[in-house]
Design a binder for this molecule. Sequence first.
Ligand code: FES
Length: 320
Amino acid sequence: MSNEWLDTIVVARHDATARIVVLDLVSPAGAELPEFAAGAHVDVLVDGAAGLVRQYSLCGPPHDRARYRLAVLAEEASRGGSLGMHRLRAGDRLRISRPRNRFGVSDQARRHLLMAGGIGVTPLLAMAHELEARGAEYTLHHFARSRPDSAFLDELEQNPRVRLHFDDGPDDQRFISATDLGPPDPDTAIYVCGPGGFMDFVISLALGAGWPAEAIHKERFAPVEDAAAHTAGTTFRVRLAKTGGEYEVKDGESVLDVLLAGGVDAPYSCQQGICGECIVRVLAGEPDHRDDILTDRERADGMFTTCSSRAHSPILELDL
Ligand code: FES
């Protein structure tokens, strides 16, 4: 993994809901933390001995370089990541990566529609801070099962640009797509983050209403398909333009796995097709894109995710 780890200390911790813990991290030396833009996430080394790394969005104001804020939902099917984060206490040390961002605020749009499902509010909260600072026009729709399931409720309720939608709430707070989403508007960008089912619903609603895919910015916490769907397929070869090395990628293997096994210093992080850290350029051959992060334009520009995509052609040449 191409990570330079930063040491931080948990300076504050509180249970925002029964299942969501909020952690504030600072530099042990009291120094400023690296700059970030709204929508960014960090890799967190949850368990160094086990090599357990997870990605969490930064949800505090981007202008606050004194501390990073993370909010972590205890996953029912946790494989150690979220439970490890919930065990942290004030004073504990935590290693994180520098912030990365593939989910930033659009510079082209004049209006911004933020759609947050549950814990998906985290990057969108940072965006709300940034949009507020820019004086931009935005609305944040926050969807949750109930008030007790909602983190940051005080902050959300104080913001007149926020609309809250609870599954168990009264009818007058229901989301009405005809007015809350509305018809396509070339000056508006939509941002979606949350559980897979929520995201699929919002995205299909927007596409069905005629919004172009380029207007919809999304960040997933989990892959749409399992790893097997990413790696199943016929054997092909990968050629690295910079070294001339060639590697065979068989059914059940990812390009990234094969490159790492071959000692190649390829970039990566999540290995699940959601972070974008492994993106490289294809120089020749026909990619079989299986990620859910690259836009059509990025694919047309030759971008390729080594952790989750394959090749239709017998050989794929990468800019590595
Ligand atoms: S390593 Fe995260 S998308 Fe490939």
